[in-house]
Design a protein around this ligand. Structure first.
Ligand SMILES: [Zn+2]
Length: 95
C-alpha cells in the first residue's frame, strides 16, 4: 500500500480509538504496516490446506515502542464497503 492509504488507515484508527494505548508497554505511538495481513481460517483444523480459501481483510497497527501488533478488520473499521470485496471465499463447487 502507498503512504496515502497508510495515512487513511491510521486516521481512521485514531478516529475509532482517540487515545490508543499499547496493551504491552502502555506506549501511545503507532504506525500501520505497509501490507495487508492475511489470516487463513478453516472450519475444520484437521483439513488445513496450503491454499488459503477464506480470508478476512485486515490491517495491522504496530506500537513503535515495543512492536506489539494489533490486527483490525477493515469492514468493521469502515475502510471497505463490502467485506467480500477482498475475500477469496469460493465454494467447493466453484473450485
Ligand atoms: Zn508497545
Amino acid at each position: 500500500m502507498d503512504e496515502k492509504e497508510k495515512n487513511r488507515i491510521l486516521r481512521r484508527f485514531i478516529e475509532l480509538i482517540p487515545n490508543p494505548e499499547c496493551p504491552m508497554c502502555h506506549g501511545h505511538h503507532f504506525t500501520v504496516i505497509d501490507s495487508y495481513p492475511v489470516n487463513a481460517v478453516t472450519e475444520d483444523f484437521r483439513k488445513l490446506s496450503p491454499v488459503i480459501r477464506r480470508s478476512i481483510p485486515t490491517v495491522a497497527v504496530v506500537c513503535v515502542k515495543c512492536g506489539f501488533i494489533s490486527q483490525h478488520a477493515m469492514a468493521v473499521m469502515g475502510l471497505i464497503n463490502n467485506p467480500n470485496d477482498n475475500v477469496n471465499d469460493k465454494k467447493e463447487s466453484e473450485k
